[in-house]
Design a protein around this ligand. Structure first.
Ligand code: AP5
Length: 215
């Protein structure tokens, strides 16, 4: 199964993609997570990406397309994958079309007024990237510590309010057009994701299972 998950910053793409990957035993490829790991390690890619990510701008298409081509060919993607954060522009979607045959695109639709609340309370694990929220999804074992690997939780640099505003503008201008792009290809499945994490996941599973049955 090859899926794309689409949605505004803070909609819950990473949260749902993690659950979907586990349930259907497919790889979770998050471009944001890959870039953050490279920035942390100050690799060549990380150094190039840093200025864009910190300003809430998109990293140039050619860099991302080459990166994702390589990732999708890797062993971890043999059973399929869910792409979280890619494609983000029409140019990336066109390139993806030539690389892989995507089964469907999940559009995580959330009221814009909710996005800021989700982003401002987000905490991520510095070690494994697991996603938490101070109010809606705090760690169950120990405050500030990841349940899965005991890594320290931190607030992402790009979750500062000024950068968040820029990310939302970037999303509306460059990524939102992908909704029409995939809708016209009859690949789009939209989820009303204004509810709690579990309720959203239940609906996603129903939609994925009915898609699988119809094949
Ligand atoms: P990326 O990391 O992909 O950021 P994003 O798209 O802005 O998405 P987020 O990770 O902020 O949100 P999410 O939708 O995954 O929400 P989450 O599940 O965490 O990209 C970062 C940057 O990298 C970009 O700005 C760009 O610079 C660069 N980049 C990445 N891909 C690129 C590409 N293809 N091309 C060019 N540049 C690229 O949830 C948010 C919070 O809400 C969490 O705290 C979570 O616990 C909570 N939450 C989730 N669901 C619910 C719910 N239902 N109810 C209550 N709380 C919830």
């Amino acid at each position: 199964m090859k899926i794309v998950i689409l949605g505004a910053p803070g909609a819950g793409k990473g949260t749902q993609a993690e659950l979907i990957a586990k349930k259907y035993d497919i790889a979770h490829l998050s471009t944001g997570e890959i870039l953050r790991n490279n920035i942390k390690a100050q690799t060549k890619l990380g150094k190039k990406a840093q200025t864009y990510v910190n300003k809430g701008k998109l990293v140039p298409d050619d860099i991302i397309i080459d990166l994702m081509k390589e990732k999708m060919r890797s062993k971890e993607c043999k059973k399929g994958f869910i792409l979280d954060g890619f494609p983000r522009t029409i140019a990336q979607a066109t390139a993806l079309n030539e690389i892989a045959d995507i089964d469907f695109v999940l559009n995580i639709d959330v009221n814009p007024s909710i996005l800021i609340k989700r982003l401002s309370g987000r905490r991520s694990c510095a070690n494994c990237g697991a996603i938490y929220h101070l109010l809606s999804n705090p760690p169950k074992k120990k405050k500030g510590i990841c349940d899965k690997c005991a890594g320290k939780l931190y607030q992402r640099d790009d979750d500062k309010i000024e950068t968040v505003k820029e990310r939302l503008i970037t999303y509306n201008e460059q990524t939102k057009p992908l909704i029409d792009f995939y809708s016209s290809k009859k690949k789009l499945i939209t989820i009303d994701a204004n509810r709690a994490i579990k309720a959203n996941f239940k609906e996603i599973v129903e939609k994925i299972d009915s898609h699988i049955e119809s094949q």
